[in-house]
Design a protein around this ligand. Structure first.
Ligand code: PHE
Length: 486
């Protein structure tokens, strides 16, 4: 069976940026920025994206392109003897689980979009918005229906293949997203009192930064760039050898980061202009923003546009989550794309139901110390599987396949220049694995058990410095020894 591939450079960019740009940028990035005090957190985030996110993205792209295979097949193609393909299974499993509840949250967005279009949302009094949100997501049938819509629509776009489905729809949806975002941004920054919001976003106050914030920034950098789940790897396998991967990864990273910052610029100036608090957490766009739109002239129109924007961003991400699993199932079990997509859509919908009901009928069913089904899925995927997936990619590319081979693929065998080979080597072999290990320990609460209270910042800073330093020495020696072999 001939493998499908992307048709144009712009198409690749739209699809990969579409995957990266999602709820993570427009929902999560603003609310964690709000909770972590604003600009200082953003600076750390930018640093994590540039130093760790970008090199890991490049690695995933080349691993896919080199092997022209799905997330599990890629590992097998390079190391057929050892069970490295299991890390591909982890990645695919993570995408599967995340899709089940990502589609639910996207479903909430579509509920809100519907309620904006009918004009109901704008009539809700600010003090009732919290209960209103709880009512919508806890109403069982409506969220189940909206999750179904999201999965059905995603399956429809994936069904037609990489070029005629994913690429085609991404090329339509991404420009629409950009236009709406720019429009909303202009509205927000021209409100009276918007400057306080801009200050919150762009004027760093480092006293507000915590160790927890730093780790959250790093974790979010991975999530936002869609790393550690075999997505970028799978998309890489649809790219031809003459494409400049470095440039592509750079463009996707810049687009993802700009959109997150733009989303912040839509939300915070408006929140501050109407005297609301920026630290509402996950309810920021569902509870705080509707209160903002209520006060704004033509608020109902902007509200509808806003939820449409978030809905589009979510859909281009669900496409990529489904594609990872579809690519694997079609190739592994020799199914047609159509059969695989329909089958998986049904299974994913069934798996999403316990998460949906966790906010309604099944909210009383808890396990592992009070976790609902949704909490368990989210915890397992975000805190355990996602970091593991990222860690395995780095170790595999850095130590098993070898950065020298990766660099050959990055440069398309010398066709393109790559100046920062040494830095890339250091990051993929040492810095990124160390950083991911720390996120992993922290996310599971183990770090605070290992390090005495109040010492976390110092321990992390010195520990990290030491790892980088020792890493540099070790890699330098290895390289010198290798050169001496010739
Ligand atoms: N990167 C997406 C976002 O920012 C989320 C996502 C993660 C999508 C992993 C696909 C895979 O929302």
């Amino acid at each position: 069976m001939k493998r499908d591939s992307f048709g144009s450079r712009l198409g690749i960019l739209a699809a990969a940026a579409g995957s990266a740009i999602g709820l993570g940028n427009i929902w999560k990035f603003p609310f964690i920025t709000g909770q972590n005090g604003g600009a200082a957190f953003i600076l750390v985030y930018l640093f994590c994206i540039a130093l760790i996110g970008l090199p890991v993205m490049v690695s995933e792209f080349v691993l896919g392109r080199k092997t022209q295979s799905n997330a599990a097949g890629a590992f097998k193609a390079i190391e057929p003897e050892k069970p490295w393909y299991l890390s591909g299974y982890i990645a695919i499993g993570t995408a599967f689980i995340i899709l089940s509840y990502y589609a639910m949250i996207a479903g909430w967005i579509f509920s809100y979009l519907g309620r904006s279009i009918t004009g109901e949302l704008i009539t809700i009094a600010p003090e009732q918005l919290g209960d209103y949100f709880g009512g919508v997501i806890g109403s069982n049938i409506e969220p189940m229906f909206c999750t179904f819509l999201v999965i059905a629509f995603t399956a429809f776009m994936v069904l037609s293949g990489v070029k005629d489905g994913i690429e085609k729809y991404s090329k339509i949806l991404m420009p629409v997203l950009l236009v709406i975002l720019v429009g909303l941004m202009i509205r927000s920054v021209t409100l009276d009192g918007a400057s306080k919001g801009l200050e919150f976003l762009f004027k760093p106050d480092f006293s507000k930064l915590t160790t927890k914030g730093v780790l959250e920034a790093l974790g979010h950098a991975f999530y936002s760039l869609s790393l550690g789940m075999g997505i970028i790897l799978t998309y890489g396998s649809y790219i031809n050898k003459k494409e400049n991967i470095l440039k592509l990864a750079f463009q996707v990273t810049i687009a993802d980061t700009c959109i997150a910052l733009m989303a912040g610029t839509v939300i915070f100036p408006a929140v501050f202009a109407y005297g609301l608090e920026p630290n509402a957490g996950p309810g920021l766009i569902f509870i705080t923003l509707p209160a903002v739109f209520r006060e704004m002239p033509f608020g109902a129109v902007f509200e509808t546009l806003f939820f449409l924007l978030v809905g589009i961003a979510a859909l281009t991400s669900t496409i990529s989550l489904l594609e990872v699993v579809v690519a694997f199932v079609t190739e592994q079990f020799n199914l047609t794309r159509k059969k695989a997509t329909l089958l998986l859509a049904v299974v994913i919908y069934l798996v999403s139901i316990p998460s949906v009901l966790s906010f309604g009928a099944w909210s009383g069913i808890t396990m592992f110390g009070g976790k609902t089904f949704f909490d368990v899925f989210d915890y397992t995927a975000s805190n355990i599987l996602l970091p593991l997936g990222g860690l395995f990619v780095c170790i595999f590319v850095g130590w098993v396949w070898g950065t020298e081979n990766a660099v050959k693929e990055i440069t398309s065998n010398g066709l393109f220049a790559f100046k920062y080979k040494g830095l890339y080597d250091l990051i993929i072999k040492i810095v990124a694995p160390a950083a991911i290990t720390v996120i992993f320990l922290n996310a599971n609460g183990w770090l605070s058990k290992l390090v005495p209270e109040g010492q976390m910042g110092t321990v992390m800073f010195t520990g990290f410095g030491a790892i980088v330093f020792i890493g540099m020495i070790v890699l330098n020696r290895r390289n010198r020894m290798k050169k001496a072999d010739f």
